[in-house]
Structure formats: structure tokens, C-alpha cells
Design a binder for this molecule. Structure first.
Ligand SMILES: Nc1nc2c(ncn2[C@@H]2O[C@H](COP(=O)(O)OP(=O)(O)OP(=O)(O)O)[C@@H](O)[C@H]2O)c(=O)[nH]1
Ligand SMILES: [Mg+2]
Length: 310
């Protein structure tokens, strides 16, 4: 059976193989994705971002357990993008241990991606991976990424609903907002509500939120959760569903999907044109132009002008 057919019919090994092919940017992966494209568009894509250690992985775990314990539970996929290295306190090992709670359930699929991929960087690889999971029938796709500027922008482009996590006592609750996260967050979560200071972090967030631009259609809610004891998790799941309905009613879902496709097309086009342009240069011209810019003989703009004239 063809790989696309196996993925479509729920073969998890085939899915894992496809994701690896996508990460390696192999032509077979691209072909299979193309065959599966018509099946995408059903999943709800949820981005989970926030500073390292705020409890993103723990929350994703809890939320998944909650969803899977419902009547008629959705299929849930988890994509951990670029997990923090052990140096910055991110516990990849810890993640694995926690993730063990989830394994054994065929309605859950977990993928960790530390590979920036050759083509289009992380954004490109992530969108392919998420598309594959969507085509494979996962209804909720949770995408965890560390909040570091570019990653946030990428996740906003990849998701329907963006959760931004803060935690008490990190002083970063409001700091995070300064980095422009306010604009991309659909739901703000103060996790670790079992620790002191959660209420005041939520108040600080509320105040910061009121200073920002007001979206009359969707007021970004602030929820308190504890991934540790499960407080607030059902409310969070319900709020995500509400946002999902809101997007469907207001056309926001199509809007976000459209914007995602625009980004995707432009990324691919840029890559294709760049490759073609470089391939058309005589041997070494491009590299020589770079050296001349480095040596301040030429500005980058003039260098490109010259290359285009040849
Ligand atoms: N007390 C308390 N601790 C929590 C809670 N959620 C997570 N933690 C702890 O906080 C630490 C970090 O949790 P993670 O889930 O790994 O955080 P993360 O945001 O995924 O971290 P990175 O992926 O490294 O950015 C772990 O020791 C968790 O056990 C919570 O609600 N309450
Ligand atoms: Mg994590």
C-alpha cells in the first residue's frame, strides 16, 4: 500500500515514517504530503507558547488527558517544536517521563522536533508535520514551542488558537507581553496557580491587556491553571472550544487558514526562486559577490543588482 494510503487509514508507523521524511525534506515526503493535502483542514491547531519552564509540556499533557477522558474523545496529536536544551532548564527527559502517562493510548500521537530542517527552517518543517497529522485524522493538534520571538510569530501563523503561558513569580508575565505576545495570544494562561502569586500575575496581565488594542470580537481571557493538580484544565479546554466556535462563526478560521497558506506559498516561492537564481549563476559568482560585500567594495543591494544583470 502507498504511504499516503497507510497514513490515511490510521497506520501510526507509516505516519511516523512520513514525519521523518518531511523533516528530512525528502521528495517522497513532499509527494505524500501533496497526495494527502485534500484531507487537511479538519484539525483544530492550537499553539502553546511561553517562556521556558512555565509548564507548557505539563499543561499539554494534562489537557490531552482531559480531552481523552471525555465522552467521544477527539484524537489528539502533540508536536513539541524545538524543545529547550537541557541547559536552559527545559527537561526533555522530564517531558519523556510525563509523556509516558499518555502513551499506550492510540488516540494520542506525540512528536518531538528538534530538527530545523533544510528547507524553510522550522516553520516549513512544522507546517508539513502538522498537515500530515491533520490528514491522518487528529482533531486537536497541540503545538508546543518556546516563546522566543520568531518562534511566537511562527506559531501564530501555524495555529488557529494561540495559548500564551505565564507562571507566577517569574516576573515575566508582563515582560512576555512587551515582546509582542499580546497581539498573538487568544487565551492567556497563568499556569502554576497552586503556587503563590498566581492571582497577582493574572492581575498584572489583565492590566497590561487593557492597555493594548481592543479586539471587540474576542476579548482575550485570562485563565488560571495548575498542570500539577489539574485545576482549571476543564475550563481551559472549554475556552479553547469556545474560541474554536467563535472562529467558525466569524469567519476567523478561514481568515487564519488563508493567511497560513499565503505564508506557506511565499516561503516556498522564495525558496524556489532563490535556488533557481543561484543555480543560474556562473561558478562562484554568488560567493565572490558575498566576499566583495564583506570587503565593503559593494553594498548588498548593488551586489544583487550586479548578479541580476549577468
Ligand atoms: N507547582 C507547579 N509546577 C508545575 C506546574 N506545571 C509545570 N510545573 C513544573 O515546572 C517545571 C517545568 O515544566 P515544563 O512542563 O517542562 O515546562 P515547559 O514550559 O514545557 O518548559 P520548556 O519546554 O523547557 O520551555 C517542571 O518541573 C514541572 O513539573 C504547575 O502547574 N504547578
Ligand atoms: Mg516543554
Amino acid at each position: 500500500m502507498k504511504l499516503a494510503e497507510r497514513v490515511r487509514t490510521g497506520d501510526r508507523l507509516a505516519l511516523a515514517r512520513l514525519l521523518t521524511l518531511i523533516e528530512n525534506n525528502s521528495p517522497e515526503g513532499q509527494d505524500t504530503l501533496s497526495e494527502l493535502h485534500a484531507l487537511t483542514g479538519r484539525a483544530h491547531r492550537i499553539g502553546v507558547t511561553g517562556a521556558p519552564g512555565t509548564g507548557k509540556s505539563a499543561l499539554v499533557n494534562r489537557l490531552t488527558q482531559h480531552l481523552r477522558a471525555q465522552d467521544d474523545p477527539p484524537f489528539v496529536a502533540i508536536v513539541a517544536v524545538d524543545p529547550t536544551s537541557p541547559f536552559t532548564g527545559g527537561a526533555i527527559l522530564g517531558d519523556r517521563i510525563r509523556m509516558r502517562d499518555l502513551s499506550g493510548d492510540p488516540g494520542i500521537f506525540i512528536r518531538s522536533m528538534a530538527n530545523r530542517g533544510a528547507l524553510g527552517g522550522l516553520a516549513g518543517t512544522t507546517s508539513g508535520v502538522v498537515d500530515a497529522l491533520d490528514a491522518a485524522g487528529f482533531q486537536w493538534i497541540l503545538i508546543e514551542t518556546v516563546g522566543t520571538g520568531q518562534a511566537e510569530v511562527d506559531i501564530a501563523g501555524a495555529a488557529h488558537t494561540v495559548l500564551v503561558l505565564g507562571a507566577p513569580g517569574m516576573g515575566d508575565a508582563v515582560q512576555t507581553l512587551k515582546a509582542g505576545v499580546l497581539e498573538i495570544s487568544d487565551i492567556l494562561v497563568v499556569n502554576k496557580s497552586d503556587l503563590p502569586g498566581a492571582e497577582s500575575a493574572a492581575r498584572a496581565l489583565r492590566a497590561a491587556l487593557e492597555l493594548g488594542p481592543v479586539d471587540s470580537e474576542w476579548m482575550t481571557p485570562i485563565l488560571l491553571t495548575s498542570a500539577d493538580n489539574g485545576d482549571g484544565i476543564p475550563e481551559l479546554a472549554a475556552k479553547i472550544s469556545t474560541h474554536m466556535e467563535h472562529l467558525k462563526k466569524t469567519g476567523g478560521r478561514e481568515e487564519r487558514d488563508h493567511a497560513r497558506v499565503v505564508g506557506e506559498m511565499e516561503r516556498l516561492l522564495q525558496q524556489r526562486l532563490t535556488d533557481r537564481f543561484k543555480a543560474a549563476q556562473s561558478d562562484g559568482d554568488y560567493e565572490r559577490a558575498i566576499e566583495r560585500v564583506v570587503d565593503r567594495e559593494l553594498s548588498p543591494m548593488r551586489a544583487i543588482d550586479e548578479l541580476f544583470q549577468d
